[in-house]
Ligand binder design. Structure first.
Ligand SMILES: Nc1ncnc2c1ncn2[C@@H]1O[C@H](COP(=O)(O)OP(=O)(O)OP(=O)(O)O)[C@@H](O)[C@H]1O
Ligand SMILES: [Mg+2]
Length: 261
């Protein structure tokens, strides 16, 4: 598929839960990169319940980048997630680390995009927009940039200006990144169409409201029959919808290139 970046404007709408759930559900080789500058490695503490002591992956990648060994180092710092085709690049241990990572994001983006050619996709948890130390190159350089948002008024009100300014920036850059909204909990209370109209951007996919199943991905809760929950079924549909969006964007790009020849 591609490199997909998930971010949010306000609240905690479900970026980490959706990133982890989508990666685990799609059943294809996927790297999850935790780039949330808040630090504290929410995926290690949450889905993995603090049971694994990870390498200081991002610091090792910074050093590898300085020695021209970034691409070959990526496999050595990714942690395989048990019983899945997912591997995790753990996030900054603390927000104080993020200043030292500024120069990493651009080359890491290029390296991870290079891996998509080998069938390895990447899903990035960027955390909230506008934080100090935010890994913005992973947003502006993604194939697909998704603002995760719930459907209530507070969430929509928080996302509206961010989505508007991102749309303008992406249009000005013309860099080939698809920007859209990933809606968590359509119908609680607003539906996808209302959200699209309120935010002025397409709702590219929706994840069902399912707190119990969500806790499996956000907190490592044990959930019976997880694969048949509403959340997991909707995550499968999300994967299919995003694949279609990316395919359509690629064929549009090819048409433009052909016209230019
Ligand atoms: N589809 C969903 N249905 C119900 N609850 C959900 C859903 N997705 C996430 N949640 C719940 O919402 C809470 C916040 O989720 P999560 O930590 O993924 O948000 P976040 O956007 O990553 O937040 P932060 O910006 O603080 O990192 C968690 O309790 C999680 O279980
Ligand atoms: Mg998070």
């Amino acid at each position: 598929m591609a490199l997909i970046t998930l971010t949010s404007a306000s609240g905690s709408p479900g970026v980490t839960t959706t990133a982890v759930g989508l990666a685990l559900t799609r059943g294809r080789p996927t790297i999850v990169l935790d780039a949330d500058p808040t630090g504290g490695s929410a995926i290690l503490a949450g889905y993995l319940r603090g049971q694994i002591v990870p390498p200081d992956a991002l610091v090792e990648l910074v050093m590898a980048q300085q020695h021209g060994r970034l691409r070959s180092t990526i496999p050595t710092v990714t942690m395989p997630v048990p019983d899945s085709k997912v591997s995790l690049i753990p996030g900054p241990r603390s927000h104080t680390q993020t200043g030292a990572l500024t120069g990493l994001w651009e080359p890491l983006l290029a390296a991870l995009k290079g891996l998509t050619e080998t069938g390895q996709d990447t899903i990035v948890d960027l955390g909230r927009l506008g934080l100090a130390g935010s890994a913005t190159p992973l947003l502006y350089g993604a194939d697909l940039a998704l603002v995760v948002c719930r459907s209530d008024l507070v969430s929509l009100s928080g996302a509206r200006s961010w989505v508007g300014s991102l749309r303008t920036e992406f249009e000005q850059m013309g860099a080939g990144t698809e920007l859209g909204v990933l809606l968590v909990g359509p119908g609680h209370p607003y539906g996808a169409r209302e959200v699209r109209d309120a935010l002025g951007a397409p709702v590219l996919a929706s994840v069902d409201w399912d707190p119990k199943a969500a806790a499996a991905f956000s907190a490592g809760a044990t959930v019976r029959k997880l694969p048949s929950t509403a959340l997991v079924r909707s995550l499968r549909a999300v994967d299919a919808a995003l694949t279609r969006t990316l395919a359509a964007a690629r064929s549009e790009l090819l048409d433009v290139e052909e016209e230019a020849v």
